[in-house]
Unconditional design. Structure first.
Length: 359
C-alpha cells in the first residue's frame, strides 16, 4: 500500500516533466467534477446573477462600466480554461498555474491584471481537512476566480452582492478581490479553532491517563495536518505585503487599509499555528513520558514482587536440597515452623514497602 502511494505521488510529480512552458496539465484529484461558471455583474444600484452556458459569453463583461465576478468551477476542463484565457488575454504561464493545484500561494503582476493563488481550507463531514486551490485574476472592472469544484466559503459574498450589504457594490474590483480573500482568511479561524479543540482533547486524555492505544498515530496525523495548514497559510503574508507596498494601478489607495486588515488576521493565525506546533511536540513528549511512566509502574510492581519472593525462594531452596542429614528435617513441627517464618518475612517486607511508600 505504501509503495503504491509513493508510485502515485511520483507519477503526479512527473506530469510536468519535459512539458512545454504554458502547457495546461491538471494535477488535482477532482477530475470527475463538471464545468460550471457563475457570474455576478453589478453596480451600486443593481446586480445581475447568471450561469454562463457558453464560455464565450464571459467576454461581454470585459469592458463594461459595471464590476463583474466570474467564478469558474472545474479545473479538469483545461480546454475551457484555455478559452477563458484567450478571451481575457491571460498569459499561458498563468493558465498553467491555475490548473496546477500544487502551486504555492503567490502573486504575479502583469500590465493589465494581477494574478493571485491562494489555498482555501475547510473540513468535511468527517473533520478531514480539505485544501483547495483558488486562483484570482484581478482586472480593471472584473475578478475571475478558478476553483477545482463547486462548494466554497464565498456564500457570504454572494449574499452581500445580492442584497447590497456593506460597501461591496459601491467600490471597484480591487475591493471585490479583498472581500473574497477576506472570506478565505476568516475561514482559517474556523480551521484554527478545530485544531485547538483536537489538541485540547488529546491533552485531556493524556493528563487523565486514559490515552488510547493508537493515540500516537492520531497525534502524528494532527501534526501533519498542522504542517499542511502552515504551508498553505504562511506564504499569504508575503502576498498581502506585496499588495500593501506595491503601486499597481488596479489597487486603489482606499482599499490598501482593508488588505492591511487581512494581514493582521494572518499574523494572528500564524501565531496560533506556531503555538499549536509547539503544543503538538509537547503532546508527543507527554505521550512518550506517559508510556515510560506506565512501564516504570509495571517494573516497580515486578521488582517488589521479586523482592518479596527472593528470601522465601531462598528458604524453600535450602530445604528442598537432597541431603540426607539436614538438622531441621527431623523436627516434628519443622514444616509448620518454616511456613510460619516465611509468612512473617512476607508480612515484614510488605510493611517495609508500605512505609517507604513503594506500594
Amino acid at each position: 500500500m505504501i509503495k503504491q502511494k509513493k508510485n502515485k505521488r511520483t507519477q503526479e510529480a512527473q506530469k510536468h516533466v519535459g512539458q512545454i512552458p504554458g502547457t495546461l496539465v491538471y494535477t488535482g484529484k477532482k477530475s470527475d467534477k463538471e464545468f460550471h461558471v457563475e457570474c455576478f455583474d453589478y453596480t451600486k444600484k443593481s446586480v445581475e446573477e447568471s450561469a454562463l452556458i457558453n464560455i464565450e459569453d464571459a467576454v461581454n463583461y470585459k469592458d463594461t462600466d459595471s464590476v463583474t465576478w466570474i467564478n469558474v468551477d472545474g479545473l479538469k476542463h483545461t480546454d475551457q480554461i484555455a478559452n477563458i484565457g484567450q478571451q481575457y488575454d491571460l498569459h499561458p504561464l498563468v493558465l498553467e498555474d491555475i490548473v496546477n493545484t500544487s502551486q504555492r500561494p503567490k502573486i504575479d503582476e502583469y500590465e493589465n491584471y494581477l494574478f493571485v493563488v491562494l489555498k482555501m481550507l475547510y473540513y468535511d463531514k468527517n473533520e478531514n481537512i480539505i485544501i483547495e486551490q483558488v486562483s484570482f485574476v484581478l482586472g480593471k472592472n472584473y475578478v475571475i476566480t478558478f476553483q477545482e469544484s463547486e462548494g466554497d466559503v464565498f456564500d457570504i459574498i454572494r449574499e452581500r452582492l445580492r442584497f447590497a450589504k456593506g460597501r461591496i457594490r459601491g467600490l471597484k474590483s480591487d475591493y471585490l478581490m479583498y472581500a473574497l480573500m477576506d472570506a478565505i482568511v476568516d475561514n482559517y479561524f474556523n480551521i484554527i479553532e478545530v485544531l485547538g479543540n483536537k489538541i485540547e482533547d488529546f491533552e485531556t486524555e493524556l493528563f487523565a491517563g486514559q490515552a488510547r492505544e493508537n493515540i500516537n498515530v492520531e497525534v502524528q496525523q494532527l501534526k501533519r495536518e498542522i504542517l499542511k495548514v502552515r504551508r498553505a497559510i504562511f506564504p499569504l503574508r508575503e502576498i498581502i505585503n506585496r499588495i500593501e507596498k506595491g503601486e499597481h494601478l488596479l489597487i486603489y489607495k482606499r482599499t490598501i487599509t482593508y488588505y492591511r486588515d487581512i494581514y493582521d488576521h494572518l499574523i494572528q493565525v500564524s501565531e496560533n499555528i506556531d503555538i499549536y506546533r509547539e503544543m503538538i511536540w509537547s503532546l508527543m513528549d507527554m505521550y512518550m513520558t506517559t508510556i515510560s511512566n506506565r512501564m516504570n509502574e509495571v517494573m516497580k510492581v515486578l521488582t517488589i514482587m521479586s523482592s518479596i519472593f527472593i528470601p522465601l525462594t531462598f528458604l524453600a531452596g535450602i530445604y528442598g536440597m537432597n541431603f540426607e542429614y539436614i538438622p531441621e528435617l527431623g523436627y516434628k513441627h519443622g514444616y509448620f515452623v518454616l511456613l510460619g517464618v516465611m509468612l512473617v518475612l512476607f508480612i515484614l517486607l510488605l510493611v517495609f514497602f508500605k512505609r517507604k511508600k513503594w506500594l
